[in-house]
Design a protein around this ligand. Structure first.
Ligand code: SF4
Length: 223
């Protein structure tokens, strides 16, 4: 928040107090304090992580934005930088870590892989975008994105935070519960939220799914 905004709050201040008091809204103070002290979680998945590490080093130095300490625990972090290829083996751990972060929390998908699978999209072991499982706030394109691009994404995230309103924040609502079921890794990846779709597909109950055997679930017999 600029000094200019603080000193021009839109209400009249007596001249003798004009440089001594600041009038603002709770939303602005709350958003300003959060936006300028984002704590990223320390983890990386693939080549993009190298660029993320460089962004933290002296040449680019994201401590300028109050992010100097990457937290090794999700409980002390409020922004997850998904930097690299998200594999099916890794997504259960990513969702579990996301669930352990406290609200308000944000996710930045760094690079083509995290945003949509990248060069490995449709690969047998790759999730085509982390947003298939957790909500993403900012996407940073590139393969890999440069440190400057990551910094731009982080600045965009702070701008997004500055528009939030305490009265509308989901995480303060009574019944808010955004725990995401951890995907199950077997021969393939199962998203528990899609049990019905998987079941319908497996038993070919969906009339729009062509071909295959029609199995009577109760009898377990071919019909
Ligand atoms: S987007 Fe490119 S640089 Fe980043 S993890 Fe994927 S392949 Fe590596």
């Amino acid at each position: 928040m600029s000094d200019e905004k603080l000193n021009n709050p839109g209400i009249e201040i007596p001249p003798e107090l004009s440089n001594q008091i600041a009038v603002t809204t709770l939303d602005k103070i709350y958003n300003w304090s959060r936006a300028k002290s984002l704590w990223p979680m320390m983890f990386g998945l693939a080549c993009c992580a190298i660029e993320m590490i460089i962004t933290a080093s002296s040449r680019f130095d994201f401590s300028r934005f109050g992010m100097e300490v990457m937290r090794p625990s999700p409980r002390q972090a409020d922004v997850m930088l998904v930097s690299g290829t998200v594999t099916k083996k890794m997504i259960p751990q990513i969702v579990r870590l996301y669930n352990q972060m406290s609200e308000p929390r944000y996710v930045l998908a760094m690079g083509a892989c995290a945003s949509g699978g990248g060069p490995f999209k449709e690969g047998y072991n790759v999730v085509s975008g982390v947003d298939k499982f957790i909500p993403v706030d900012i996407y940073v394109p590139g393969c890999p994105p440069t440190p400057q691009a990551l910094l731009h994404g982080l600045i965009m995230l702070t701008k997004k935070i500055e528009t939030e309103k305490l009265s509308e924040a989901e995480w303060y609502k009574k019944d808010f519960n955004e725990e995401i079921p951890v995907p199950i890794l077997g021969p393939d990846l199962i998203d528990p939220r899609k049990y019905d779709v998987i079941k319908n597909h497996t038993f070919n109950e969906d009339p729009f799914i062509d071909g295959g055997l029609v199995i009577d679930q109760k009898q377990g017999e071919q019909s």
